[in-house]
Design a protein around this ligand. Structure first.
Ligand code: FES
Ligand SMILES: [Fe+2]
Length: 406
């Protein structure tokens, strides 16, 4: 699990006038909405005796969450502003602060920045222009996997599995006909363009859906990934101006649970009458994927190719693995789970926040210890070198010993 990325903590509509508990990267968080309607997010633990702030309430002024144990109040910056037992004149020491994380509401989702990077250094939240586009009909849904988020992302961008796992999207005997046309790779996101030959569509009243797609009609599919949100975005061009866009933010609730916050958009048959069928098909696909992903081994996505092999159709997945490895080996963003677990139940460890960084820089100290991270082992690659295209890579290079593509 990687820090210093934006993740979706909850749907916007869930956070109203009460504090809401969320969990991201194995850390409990509290979300609350202030008087201006802005969502705030802090660690869900009180500095005093460890009360859970999300079990408390929002104060009358609606600018603080109140701990249910002894009534201490915390504002959206994580600063303790009131300690009732000490009276109104008590000056709360500046050190009485919990980690507070930057929040952005986009696409009806609450995105939380789980890290301490300065604003200018954060990767942007993935774009979703379809959300505000009247030419699209959008449906939201969610799904929980008993699997680690990187495995979920890799499955989402893997075109070759469609011929085997999703009968609606491929035939096993035409697996070799599908091909990657091109790949566009950036530091924190990539997209690929693929041609596939899926079966004729089924279903609908009197089987009308078969008119949408003929059997083995060439269909262009554009899967993409973004490190932020562990997001997978897939566009399917059924025919001219008939598009389906799937946007899945795959939140690592913890290392065993991934909660997918999903939007599905379509640019055709926009009447709500078709929503039910759409959601049902999406749910079937997610269940088909979960059956495979939850049973895959090793449990975590391998970080090198030492004990597995890749072929040409894995090229696009490799771009995700490369970016992830860069975050681990060069940037040091990976949570050290073994070390974390050695403190299990004994210490509160929190993901570093911008406020903590500022306090430490000013020599003010911080109450909670930081979540242990895996130390980087390499100096960061230049952005331009990292963004080299992968189109030309051969199978041998994919499997090369130095794990260029691990
Ligand atoms: S534990 Fe929160 S106020 Fe005491
Ligand atoms: Fe799938």
């Amino acid at each position: 699990m990687l820090i210093n990325l934006w993740y979706v903590a909850e749907w916007s509509k869930t956070v109203k006038d009460k504090p809401v508990k969320a969990k991201v990267l194995g850390q409990n968080l509290v979300l609350f909405r202030d008087l201006e309607g802005n969502v705030k997010c802090t660690a869900d633990v009180c500095l005093h005796r460890g009360g859970s702030l999300s079990n408390g309430w929002v104060n009358k002024k609606r600018d603080c969450v109140v701990c249910p144990y002894h009534g201490w109040e915390y504002n959206g910056e994580g600063k303790c502003t009131k300690i009732p037992s000490e009276g109104d004149d008590f000056k709360v020491p500046p050190r009485f602060k919990v980690d507070a994380y930057p929040v952005e509401e986009r696409y009806g989702m609450i995105w939380v920045f789980m890290g301490d990077l300065d604003e200018k250094d954060r990767y942007p939240i993935p774009p979703l222009p379809e959300y505000d586009d009247p030419n699209f009909r959008g449906l939201e849904t969610e799904f929980t996997w008993q699997a680690e988020a990187s495995r979920v992302v890799e499955n989402g961008i893997d075109i070759a599995h469609a011929s085997f796992v999703h009968p609606v999207f491929g035939y096993p005997d035409t697996a070799e006909d599908n091909y990657i046309e091109s790949i566009e790779k950036h530091e924190e996101w990539a997209v690929s363009h693929n041609v596939m030959y899926p079966p004729q569509l089924k279903g609908g009243f009197l089987g009308w859906r078969k008119l949408i797609r003929k059997d083995k009609q060439p269909t262009v599919v554009h899967p993409g990934w973004y490190l932020n949100g562990m997001t997978v975005k897939i566009q399917i061009d059924l025919r001219k101006d008939w598009k389906i866009v799937m946007f899945d933010a795959n939140t690592p609730v913890d290392e065993h649970t991934t909660r997918t916050f999903a939007w599905q958009f379509r640019s055709f048959m926009k009447s709500p009458l078709f929503d039910k069928g759409s959601l049902k098909r999406l749910s079937t696909i997610l269940h088909e994927d979960a059956q495979i992903v939850e049973a895959s081994q090793p449990y975590y996505l391998p970080e090198t190719l030492a004990n597995e092999v890749s072929v040409k159709s894995d090229k696009f997945m490799s771009t995700f693995r490369m970016a992830r490895r860069r975050c681990i080996e060069e940037l040091g963003w990976q949570i050290d789970l073994d070390k974390r677990d050695s403190y299990n139940g004994k210490k509160v460890l929190t993901i570093p926040s911008p406020g903590r960084k500022e306090a430490l820089a000013e020599g003010r100290g911080w109450v909670f210890e930081t979540m242990p991270l895996v130390a980087p082992v390499k100096t960061p690659t230049e952005k331009k070198d990292f963004e080299k295209q992968v189109d030309e890579l051969t199978v041998d290079q994919l499997n090369s010993k130095d794990n260029v593509i691990g």
